[in-house]
Design a binder for this molecule. Structure first.
Ligand SMILES: CC(C)(COP(=O)(O)OP(=O)(O)OC[C@H]1O[C@@H](n2cnc3c(N)ncnc32)[C@H](O)[C@@H]1OP(=O)(O)O)[C@@H](O)C(=O)NCCC(=O)NCCS
Length: 163
């Protein structure tokens, strides 16, 4: 039996540049350096979950999610939010995206969270279809002008999955 060439590994300070390159190559939104640095900032109270996806030795995808602070003042977070999920076009269809999503689902359960949220630009039909196939549903009307520094549509759907 041949060994599965797809693997996941942590995002470290020494490979976060690769993660940033993948995210900013794949997504129409440009994420600034501080977005990538904040997960290593000890003063940051947010909890981030991130992984790089590898095909063989090459990093070709990545995901980062965050526990959502409870705005009602409760201690329990209000769910998990997928901030970015991206796989380089040449490496899609090999279940790398599915593996990255499974990692977020596992982390959500470990943190006793049962709701995962994502935003997807209204013009990203493939992304919307992919999330729906993976159990997400559109919640409410699109958010107007959600994305700022983007070459795509600034409007986003909120997607949610119960886990
Ligand atoms: C959405 C995205 C992350 C999915 O990544 P991916 O690695 O291609 O995802 P998967 O391989 O898990 O699933 C994609 C498809 O391949 C199929 N697939 C899964 N494993 C497969 C395999 N071993 N061989 C062939 N096909 C496979 C899946 O069933 C799925 O089928 P579909 O084409 O009918 O949808 C990727 O397309 C992407 O980066 N898109 C641009 C950015 C984006 O839209 N991000 C989400 C919004 S932020």
């Amino acid at each position: 039996m041949s060994k599965d060439p797809v693997n996941l590994d942590n995002i470290y300070a020494n490979n976060v540049g690769t993660f940033a390159k993948i995210v900013n190559t794949v997504l129409p939104v440009t994420y600034p350096e501080k977005f990538f640095d904040e997960q290593f900032d000890a003063k940051n109270k947010s909890t981030f979950f991130g992984q790089l996806g590898y095909f063989g030795e090459v990093a070709v995808g990545g995901v980062r999610a965050e526990l959502i602070a409870n705005k009602n003042g409760g201690v329990k977070p209000a769910g998990v939010y997928i901030q970015v999920l991206a796989v380089l076009a040449a490496y899609r269809g090999r279940a790398i995206g599915s593996r990255l999503l499974s990692y977020i689902e596992e982390q959500s359960k470990e943190h006793f969270q049962h709701k995962i949220f994502a935003h997807v630009a209204v013009d990203n039909e493939e992304g919307l279809e992919w999330y729906k196939k993976h159990g997400f549903e559109i919640e409410g009307l699109p958010l107007k002008d959600y994305y700022k520094d983007t070459t795509g549509s600034p409007d986003a759907y909120v997607l949610v999955k119960q886990v």
